[in-house]
Design a protein around this ligand. Structure first.
Ligand SMILES: NC(=O)C1=CN([C@@H]2O[C@H](COP(=O)(O)OP(=O)(O)OC[C@H]3O[C@@H](n4cnc5c(N)ncnc54)[C@H](O)[C@@H]3O)[C@@H](O)[C@H]2O)[C@H](O)CC1
Ligand SMILES: [K+]
Length: 511
């Protein structure tokens, strides 16, 4: 699914009005009625106090439409107009009149702090103050109102976006932003919903298809995508009935050191569980018995050294090599990575200490074969691309790095991002249970495996992250967040793959 910018959404809005020959007020009615339906389905007539805070633009207009439908269905509603300016939009005004026609309980206008109502923890707050039209941080008494809503701890549902967030740029530090429990967003999720600094404001997310023109949206050149089940399915390369292990890639996983052999064991397990035909490990001698006992399906080649990698086996033929987990950054291990990079003309996967070595030895970066995949966690990323001011600056730095070295970079996080030059793929699977030792080693194994099976490196990365997250979700369902081990994520990759073929009637449109 494309993630559209505020500008693209406004264009799609205008184009839809033209093509479907409807008024903008009709489009607002359609969008906001969907919001009402969702609320009505959940509240089912419950008499809880609903407080709707409406701005004076079209987000506020949506709020007024929702209010009208709720009142007509007998809900206990109070509407507040957050009068931050006198420039009320036409559709706001039209719906203001419509609301006054159906109730004697007219909206209360808030113009200053003294006008704030009491907001109780048991209220149901609807935030329709600002949407994608926000063009500067919220200030003054409106900022105070936002804080008041947040402090109340009342359940808060944001219409289109939590007020105070920009759709596609960073917020200033300490800005007033609604902390929503639930966000019902129109047509396309917004990029900020998935970035670490802003995702917590969104709560649970649901995207409503408000019927903006499909053909126009299809033509929009977006470089930012949310990866859901449909996209994962479209990337999958089916297996031929008439095939053998030689068809599914020979991978080599190079890494480990004394005390850190578990890391490569996890990576290799994940590679095999992801469908690799032949899996070999290149490890220091100390890991030989561990791997041969722990993973009899794998083959082992050992370094001359007992404790660390010191060289690279030049004659070893593999379709793809993964380097770095548990390897350490000793002088001779740097040499081993250099030998690998000098030899390889096919994409490699570099993780963990492989990345630390790259950031300390910048001259190695230009040896990376085109379309190699780097999978840093935030600390490793910072060492590679430098410090960033905010999430959007980080994206710019990584895009620049990806273009400069012609590599694919994963920004790991709650929503891991795959950056391939200017393209951004946002992952939407996974859970906090995956924040556990070895989870990254498993991810590298999945990506390496898929590259070995013939997936384009960017597709292997996007699908690999999706499957890794889904496997984490399956594991958390079985074991609870705290109970998940990286080994469980590796073990359940096959189940995750099967799951993308399941039809799910209740599936939300973003999963
Ligand atoms: N695009 C769609 O698919 C549809 C969107 N709808 C809803 O419309 C809003 C966007 O409405 P818009 O009037 O453009 O903007 P806002 O309501 O978010 O803001 C109003 C107005 O406020 C001014 N402003 C911006 N920042 C500030 C500030 N910090 N302080 C004071 N004033 C500010 C600025 O002039 C804005 O224009 C979208 O989110 C949807 O909810 C349609 O209803 C359906 C189709
Ligand atoms: K809002």
């Amino acid at each position: 699914m494309k993630i559209l910018s505020a500008e693209q959404l406004s264009e799609a809005d205008k184009e839809t009005i033209k093509k479907q020959n409807i008024s903008s007020e009709e489009l607002m009615e359609r969008a906001a009625t969907l919001v009402f339906n969702e609320i009505n389905n959940r509240l089912r007539g419950a008499p809880i106090p609903i407080k709707i805070f409406c701005g004076i633009g079209n987000n506020g207009g949506d709020g007024l439409v929702v209010a009208r439908h709720l009142i007509q269905h007998g809900y206990n509603v109070t509407v507040y107009v957050v009068n931050y300016s006198d420039k009320r939009s036409e559709d706001f005004l039209a719906n203001y009149e419509k609301l006054k026609e159906i109730t004697n309980n007219w909206p209360q206008v808030i113009k200053k702090e003294d006008d704030f109502p009491e907001i109780n923890i048991g209220d149901f707050v609807i935030d329709a103050i600002f949407g994608i039209g926000l063009n500067r941080p919220i200030e003054g008494w409106v900022a105070k109102l936002v804080e008041e809503i947040n402090h109340s701890k009342a359940f808060t549902l944001a219409v289109d976006m939590p007020s105070g967030l920009f759709a596609d740029k960073a917020s200033e530090k300490n800005s007033a932003i609604i902390e929503a429990n639930y966000t019902l967003s129109f047509q396309s999720p917004k990029l900020v919903f998935f970035l670490p600094e802003t995702m917590d404001y969104v709560g649970d997310l649901q995207v409503l298809d408000i019927g903006l023109d499909r053909e126009f949206i299809g033509r929009i050149k977006s470089k930012t995508f949310l990866i859901g089940k449909q996209q994962a399915l479209s990337l999958y390369l089916p297996r031929k009935k008439n095939s053998h292990k030689g068809d599914y890639g020979s991978v080599l996983i190079a890494g480990g050191s004394y005390g850190k052999i578990g890391s490569v064991l996890l990576t290799a397990t994940a590679a095999l569980r992801s469908g690799t035909g032949l899996c070999s490990l290149y490890i220091p001698k100390c890991g030989y018995n561990i791997i041969q006992t722990g993973l009899p399906e794998a083959m082992v080649v050992t370094d001359p050294d007992h404790e660390i990698l010191t060289t690279y086996p030049k004659d070893f033929k593999a379709d793809v090599v993964c380097f770095g987990m548990g390897a350490g950054t000793s002088f001779n291990t740097v040499k081993a990575l250099k030998e690998l990079l000098e030899l390889m003309d096919k994409p490699v996967v570099i993780d963990a200490d492989g990345l630390n070595i790259l950031s300390e030895n910048n001259d190695l970066l230009k040896l990376l074969p085109e379309n190699s995949v780097l999978t840093p966690h935030p600390g490793e990323l910072k060492r590679l691309v430098g410090a960033w001011k905010d999430d959007f600056h980080k994206l710019d730095l990584v895009k620049e790095f990806s273009s400069k070295y012609k590599v694919i970079v994963v920004i790991k996080g709650a929503h891991s991002l795959t950056i391939d030059r200017d393209n951004v793929y946002v992952n939407n699977t996974g859970n906090p249970g995956m924040a556990t030792a070895g989870s990254g080693d498993v991810l590298s194994g999945v990506i390496t495996s898929l590259i070995g099976q013939g997936y384009e490196p960017v597709n292997a990365t996007v699908l690999g992250i999706y499957l890794h997250g889904l496997s984490g979700d399956i594991s958390a369902e079985e074991l609870g967040y705290e109970g998940v081990l990286a080994g469980d994520i590796a073990k359940n990759i096959g189940k995750a793959l099967s799951k993308i073929f399941e039809k799910d009637a209740t599936e939300s449109d973003i999963n």
